[in-house]
Write a protein that binds this ligand. Sequence first.
Ligand code: PGA
Length: 255
Amino acid sequence: MNREKRIPVIAGNWKMNCDRVKAKELICQLKETITNPVCGVVLCVPFTDLETAVELTKNTCLKVGAQNCHWAASGAFTGEISAGMLAEMGVEYVVLGHSERRQYFGETDETVNQRLRAALDAGLKPILCVGEVLSQREQGVTEEVVRQQVKIALGGVTKEEMENIIIAYEPVWAIGTGKTATAQQAEEVCGQIRGAVAQLYGQETAQALVVQYGGSMKPENAKELLSMENVDGGLIGGAALKAADFTAITEAANQ
Ligand code: PGA
């Protein structure tokens, strides 16, 4: 398989934005504007919007994702949501290991791995986020950092299960900052991620893997980023909250 055969996926990461009224409004707009995409389109919404999103996107090309899940099936984990609970309500994807979870909520490569295992066991498709912080880039250790994040997160994952995983390269310094990685920087690290997966699972699996770029992707830079050989889509934060911008990015991915 090569680039031509991979179907790009554009996922919106709404983060902690949009109450139910706003969510409904935004999804209804997106249903009008994104009708026949070549790429996959996923809306990763807050837990409280999942039911609305699942309901409103039935029989459309829009898929729904959550932004985290716990590793246990159930139990005394106050405030947490299990992968099974998400799957049961019709959620298809889950973002795992986002840098904001690593930064503010003590997420580690090991807990990301546990959550990823649970997500796969429940039949969810994880969007695994990896990426370096600015000091790591400046020290020239981006490849090592990302490779380690990928390897630990994928511990215990089989070759077959890799078909259900997306990896998002999100340089932490580019998230919500307006500073986008250049297309060359994104290409380089997305290629290294594919290389790490090739080492673990072989070329065929690596070539089939969807590797997204995330970090201040917007209509103005989407086309260039998405034209890169190893960039198969995007994980979009801020621009996912505006119907016109998110739609434009999906259109850039269709070209
Ligand atoms: P951003 O966020 O597009 O607002 O930079 C991306 C993300 O955090 O997934």
